[in-house]
Design a binder for this molecule. Structure first.
Ligand SMILES: C[S@@+](CC[C@H](N)C(=O)[O-])C[C@H]1O[C@@H](n2cnc3c(N)ncnc32)[C@H](O)[C@@H]1O
Length: 262
Protein backbone atom coordinates (compact mmCIF):
# COMPACT_ATOMS: atom_id res chain seq x y z
CA UNK A 1 0.00 0.00 0.00
CA UNK A 2 1.35 3.47 -0.87
CA UNK A 3 1.74 5.81 2.06
CA UNK A 4 -1.30 7.94 2.76
CA UNK A 5 0.17 10.01 5.60
CA UNK A 6 3.46 11.34 6.97
CA UNK A 7 3.40 9.35 10.20
CA UNK A 8 6.72 7.72 10.96
CA UNK A 9 5.69 4.21 11.87
CA UNK A 10 9.22 3.36 13.01
CA UNK A 11 8.43 5.73 15.92
CA UNK A 12 4.79 4.74 16.36
CA UNK A 13 5.04 4.63 20.16
CA UNK A 14 5.84 8.34 20.16
CA UNK A 15 2.77 9.29 18.11
CA UNK A 16 0.67 9.95 21.20
CA UNK A 17 -1.10 12.97 19.67
CA UNK A 18 -2.64 10.78 16.95
CA UNK A 19 -5.92 9.29 18.16
CA UNK A 20 -6.79 5.68 17.29
CA UNK A 21 -9.79 5.16 19.61
CA UNK A 22 -13.34 5.44 18.30
CA UNK A 23 -14.54 7.72 21.12
CA UNK A 24 -13.41 11.33 20.82
CA UNK A 25 -13.98 13.50 23.87
CA UNK A 26 -12.89 17.01 22.96
CA UNK A 27 -13.36 19.25 26.01
CA UNK A 28 -12.49 22.52 24.32
CA UNK A 29 -12.50 23.96 20.84
CA UNK A 30 -9.13 25.07 19.44
CA UNK A 31 -9.77 28.80 19.00
CA UNK A 32 -6.24 29.74 18.02
CA UNK A 33 -5.38 32.21 15.24
CA UNK A 34 -7.82 32.29 12.34
CA UNK A 35 -10.13 29.73 14.04
CA UNK A 36 -12.68 31.90 15.78
CA UNK A 37 -15.70 29.67 16.23
CA UNK A 38 -18.25 32.38 15.40
CA UNK A 39 -20.06 30.41 12.67
CA UNK A 40 -23.17 28.71 13.96
CA UNK A 41 -22.85 25.11 12.81
CA UNK A 42 -19.07 24.92 12.49
CA UNK A 43 -17.04 21.95 13.73
CA UNK A 44 -14.06 21.95 16.05
CA UNK A 45 -10.67 22.18 14.28
CA UNK A 46 -9.51 19.06 16.12
CA UNK A 47 -11.74 16.96 13.80
CA UNK A 48 -10.00 17.91 10.52
CA UNK A 49 -6.66 17.99 12.37
CA UNK A 50 -6.91 14.35 13.44
CA UNK A 51 -8.28 13.17 10.10
CA UNK A 52 -5.64 15.01 8.08
CA UNK A 53 -2.85 13.51 10.22
CA UNK A 54 -4.13 9.99 9.51
CA UNK A 55 -5.23 10.28 5.90
CA UNK A 56 -3.08 12.92 4.18
CA UNK A 57 0.51 13.88 3.47
CA UNK A 58 2.07 17.32 3.08
CA UNK A 59 1.29 18.62 -0.41
CA UNK A 60 -1.92 16.56 -0.80
CA UNK A 61 -5.15 18.25 -1.88
CA UNK A 62 -8.07 18.22 0.56
CA UNK A 63 -11.64 19.02 -0.53
CA UNK A 64 -14.42 20.32 1.73
CA UNK A 65 -17.73 20.55 -0.19
CA UNK A 66 -19.53 22.23 2.76
CA UNK A 67 -16.76 24.66 3.64
CA UNK A 68 -18.73 27.09 5.85
CA UNK A 69 -16.32 29.19 7.91
CA UNK A 70 -13.30 27.34 6.54
CA UNK A 71 -12.22 25.28 9.56
CA UNK A 72 -10.87 22.48 7.34
CA UNK A 73 -8.97 24.91 5.11
CA UNK A 74 -7.30 26.68 8.04
CA UNK A 75 -6.22 23.37 9.54
CA UNK A 76 -5.04 21.98 6.19
CA UNK A 77 -2.99 25.11 5.49
CA UNK A 78 -1.32 24.93 8.89
CA UNK A 79 -0.42 21.32 8.19
CA UNK A 80 1.04 22.03 4.74
CA UNK A 81 -1.85 20.45 2.83
CA UNK A 82 -3.53 22.24 -0.09
CA UNK A 83 -7.26 22.70 0.36
CA UNK A 84 -10.30 23.60 -1.68
CA UNK A 85 -13.67 24.50 -0.22
CA UNK A 86 -17.05 24.71 -1.92
CA UNK A 87 -19.67 26.86 -0.19
CA UNK A 88 -23.11 27.89 -1.37
CA UNK A 89 -23.28 31.27 0.38
CA UNK A 90 -21.03 33.92 -1.20
CA UNK A 91 -20.79 36.05 1.96
CA UNK A 92 -19.83 33.05 4.11
CA UNK A 93 -17.17 31.98 1.62
CA UNK A 94 -15.77 35.53 1.34
CA UNK A 95 -15.53 35.97 5.12
CA UNK A 96 -13.86 32.56 5.44
CA UNK A 97 -11.27 33.19 2.74
CA UNK A 98 -10.20 36.46 4.41
CA UNK A 99 -9.59 34.70 7.70
CA UNK A 100 -7.88 31.72 6.04
CA UNK A 101 -5.51 33.98 4.14
CA UNK A 102 -4.67 35.91 7.33
CA UNK A 103 -2.37 32.99 8.11
CA UNK A 104 -1.49 31.93 4.56
CA UNK A 105 1.60 29.84 3.88
CA UNK A 106 3.89 30.19 0.87
CA UNK A 107 3.26 27.57 -1.79
CA UNK A 108 0.13 26.16 -0.10
CA UNK A 109 -3.22 26.55 -1.84
CA UNK A 110 -6.34 27.41 0.20
CA UNK A 111 -9.18 28.42 -2.09
CA UNK A 112 -12.96 28.49 -2.04
CA UNK A 113 -15.45 28.16 -4.89
CA UNK A 114 -18.97 29.54 -4.43
CA UNK A 115 -21.37 26.96 -5.80
CA UNK A 116 -23.84 24.16 -5.17
CA UNK A 117 -21.72 21.08 -4.42
CA UNK A 118 -24.33 18.78 -5.98
CA UNK A 119 -23.65 20.14 -9.45
CA UNK A 120 -20.36 22.05 -9.16
CA UNK A 121 -18.08 21.23 -12.08
CA UNK A 122 -15.18 19.59 -10.25
CA UNK A 123 -13.00 19.89 -13.38
CA UNK A 124 -12.64 23.56 -12.43
CA UNK A 125 -10.56 22.45 -9.44
CA UNK A 126 -8.50 19.98 -11.45
CA UNK A 127 -7.89 22.49 -14.27
CA UNK A 128 -7.12 25.43 -11.98
CA UNK A 129 -4.54 23.56 -9.93
CA UNK A 130 -3.38 21.17 -12.67
CA UNK A 131 -4.06 18.08 -10.60
CA UNK A 132 -5.66 14.73 -11.50
CA UNK A 133 -7.56 14.23 -8.27
CA UNK A 134 -7.80 15.11 -4.58
CA UNK A 135 -6.49 12.94 -1.75
CA UNK A 136 -9.07 13.48 1.00
CA UNK A 137 -12.62 14.81 1.27
CA UNK A 138 -14.35 15.88 4.46
CA UNK A 139 -18.14 16.27 4.34
CA UNK A 140 -19.84 18.32 7.04
CA UNK A 141 -23.33 18.85 5.65
CA UNK A 142 -26.18 20.63 7.41
CA UNK A 143 -27.82 18.21 9.84
CA UNK A 144 -30.86 18.48 7.58
CA UNK A 145 -32.96 21.40 8.95
CA UNK A 146 -31.59 21.70 12.51
CA UNK A 147 -29.85 24.92 11.48
CA UNK A 148 -31.26 26.80 8.47
CA UNK A 149 -28.11 28.13 6.84
CA UNK A 150 -29.80 30.28 4.19
CA UNK A 151 -32.96 30.88 2.19
CA UNK A 152 -31.38 29.34 -0.91
CA UNK A 153 -33.44 26.42 -2.23
CA UNK A 154 -30.20 24.61 -3.12
CA UNK A 155 -29.13 24.66 0.53
CA UNK A 156 -29.36 21.13 1.95
CA UNK A 157 -30.86 22.58 5.13
CA UNK A 158 -33.92 23.57 3.07
CA UNK A 159 -34.64 20.01 1.93
CA UNK A 160 -38.35 19.41 2.48
CA UNK A 161 -38.23 15.76 3.47
CA UNK A 162 -35.72 13.30 4.88
CA UNK A 163 -35.57 11.50 1.53
CA UNK A 164 -34.88 14.76 -0.27
CA UNK A 165 -32.11 15.61 2.20
CA UNK A 166 -30.44 12.21 1.80
CA UNK A 167 -30.83 12.36 -1.96
CA UNK A 168 -29.22 15.84 -2.04
CA UNK A 169 -26.38 14.62 0.17
CA UNK A 170 -25.88 11.60 -2.08
CA UNK A 171 -25.61 13.91 -5.12
CA UNK A 172 -22.84 15.88 -3.39
CA UNK A 173 -20.99 12.65 -2.55
CA UNK A 174 -21.38 11.32 -6.10
CA UNK A 175 -20.27 14.56 -7.72
CA UNK A 176 -17.22 15.13 -5.52
CA UNK A 177 -16.00 11.61 -4.73
CA UNK A 178 -15.55 11.18 -8.49
CA UNK A 179 -12.32 13.20 -8.14
CA UNK A 180 -11.08 11.41 -5.00
CA UNK A 181 -7.93 9.43 -5.78
CA UNK A 182 -8.48 5.68 -5.63
CA UNK A 183 -7.05 4.09 -2.50
CA UNK A 184 -7.61 7.31 -0.51
CA UNK A 185 -10.15 8.27 2.17
CA UNK A 186 -13.04 10.57 2.93
CA UNK A 187 -15.14 11.24 6.04
CA UNK A 188 -18.54 12.62 6.98
CA UNK A 189 -19.31 14.46 10.21
CA UNK A 190 -23.01 14.32 11.06
CA UNK A 191 -25.44 14.16 13.98
CA UNK A 192 -28.98 12.86 14.40
CA UNK A 193 -32.13 14.83 15.16
CA UNK A 194 -35.51 14.52 16.80
CA UNK A 195 -38.75 15.39 15.02
CA UNK A 196 -42.25 14.78 16.38
CA UNK A 197 -40.85 12.88 19.37
CA UNK A 198 -39.07 10.46 17.05
CA UNK A 199 -35.37 10.02 16.51
CA UNK A 200 -34.35 10.63 12.90
CA UNK A 201 -31.01 8.81 12.45
CA UNK A 202 -29.46 11.19 9.92
CA UNK A 203 -26.02 9.76 10.67
CA UNK A 204 -26.96 6.24 9.69
CA UNK A 205 -28.82 7.42 6.59
CA UNK A 206 -25.79 9.42 5.41
CA UNK A 207 -23.48 6.50 6.18
CA UNK A 208 -25.65 4.20 4.11
CA UNK A 209 -25.83 6.71 1.25
CA UNK A 210 -22.03 6.80 1.11
CA UNK A 211 -21.82 3.01 1.10
CA UNK A 212 -24.34 2.95 -1.72
CA UNK A 213 -22.06 5.31 -3.63
CA UNK A 214 -19.44 2.55 -3.54
CA UNK A 215 -17.31 3.77 -0.62
CA UNK A 216 -16.05 1.24 1.93
CA UNK A 217 -16.82 2.02 5.58
CA UNK A 218 -13.60 1.93 7.62
CA UNK A 219 -14.47 3.61 10.93
CA UNK A 220 -17.35 4.80 13.04
CA UNK A 221 -16.24 7.43 15.54
CA UNK A 222 -18.45 8.94 18.22
CA UNK A 223 -17.53 12.46 19.25
CA UNK A 224 -18.88 14.33 22.26
CA UNK A 225 -21.01 17.29 21.50
CA UNK A 226 -21.55 20.29 23.73
CA UNK A 227 -24.56 22.55 23.53
CA UNK A 228 -24.82 24.66 20.44
CA UNK A 229 -25.22 28.40 20.97
CA UNK A 230 -28.91 28.08 20.14
CA UNK A 231 -29.60 25.35 22.66
CA UNK A 232 -27.63 26.73 25.61
CA UNK A 233 -30.46 29.04 26.70
CA UNK A 234 -33.04 26.33 26.38
CA UNK A 235 -31.24 23.70 28.45
CA UNK A 236 -34.00 23.32 31.04
CA UNK A 237 -36.70 23.17 28.39
CA UNK A 238 -34.89 20.43 26.50
CA UNK A 239 -34.37 18.41 29.69
CA UNK A 240 -38.06 18.69 30.52
CA UNK A 241 -38.97 17.56 26.99
CA UNK A 242 -36.58 14.60 27.24
CA UNK A 243 -38.02 13.49 30.59
CA UNK A 244 -41.58 13.92 29.41
CA UNK A 245 -41.21 12.11 26.09
CA UNK A 246 -38.85 9.23 26.96
CA UNK A 247 -36.00 10.77 24.94
CA UNK A 248 -32.30 11.38 25.53
CA UNK A 249 -30.58 14.66 24.73
CA UNK A 250 -27.86 14.37 22.12
CA UNK A 251 -24.36 14.60 23.52
CA UNK A 252 -22.65 13.02 20.54
CA UNK A 253 -22.27 13.13 16.79
CA UNK A 254 -20.61 10.78 14.31
CA UNK A 255 -17.56 10.76 12.14
CA UNK A 256 -17.71 7.99 9.55
CA UNK A 257 -14.54 7.27 7.61
CA UNK A 258 -14.59 5.65 4.16
CA UNK A 259 -12.10 4.44 1.61
CA UNK A 260 -12.42 4.65 -2.15
CA UNK A 261 -11.09 1.27 -3.19
CA UNK A 262 -8.65 0.88 -6.05
C1 LIG B 1 -22.45 22.31 8.84
S1 LIG B 1 -21.95 23.69 7.89
C2 LIG B 1 -20.23 23.41 7.64
C3 LIG B 1 -19.41 24.13 8.67
C4 LIG B 1 -17.90 23.99 8.51
N1 LIG B 1 -17.43 22.64 8.75
C5 LIG B 1 -17.21 24.95 9.47
O1 LIG B 1 -16.46 24.48 10.36
O2 LIG B 1 -17.46 26.16 9.38
C6 LIG B 1 -22.67 23.33 6.33
C7 LIG B 1 -22.41 24.37 5.24
O3 LIG B 1 -22.88 23.85 4.00
C8 LIG B 1 -23.37 24.93 3.21
N2 LIG B 1 -24.24 24.33 2.18
C9 LIG B 1 -25.53 23.91 2.28
N3 LIG B 1 -25.97 23.40 1.11
C10 LIG B 1 -24.93 23.46 0.25
C11 LIG B 1 -24.75 23.09 -1.11
N4 LIG B 1 -25.75 22.56 -1.84
N5 LIG B 1 -23.52 23.28 -1.68
C12 LIG B 1 -22.50 23.86 -0.97
N6 LIG B 1 -22.62 24.25 0.32
C13 LIG B 1 -23.81 24.05 0.93
C14 LIG B 1 -24.05 25.84 4.22
O4 LIG B 1 -24.14 27.18 3.72
C15 LIG B 1 -23.11 25.72 5.44
O5 LIG B 1 -22.15 26.76 5.44
Amino acid sequence: MGKINDLDMSKWKELTDVWTDSLWIIPQRDNSGAHDGHYHGNFVPQIPHQLLMRYTKAGDFVLDPFAGSGTTLIEAQRMGRNSIGIELQPSVAAEAINRIHSESKDGIVADTFVDDSRVFDTRRILDTYKIDNVQFIIYHPPYWDIIKFSEDENDLSNSETLNEFIDNFRQVVRNTSAILEKGRYCAVVIGDKYANSQLVPLGFHCMQAMQQEGLTLKATIVKNFEETKGKANQKALWRQRALQNGLYLFKHEYIFVFKKEK
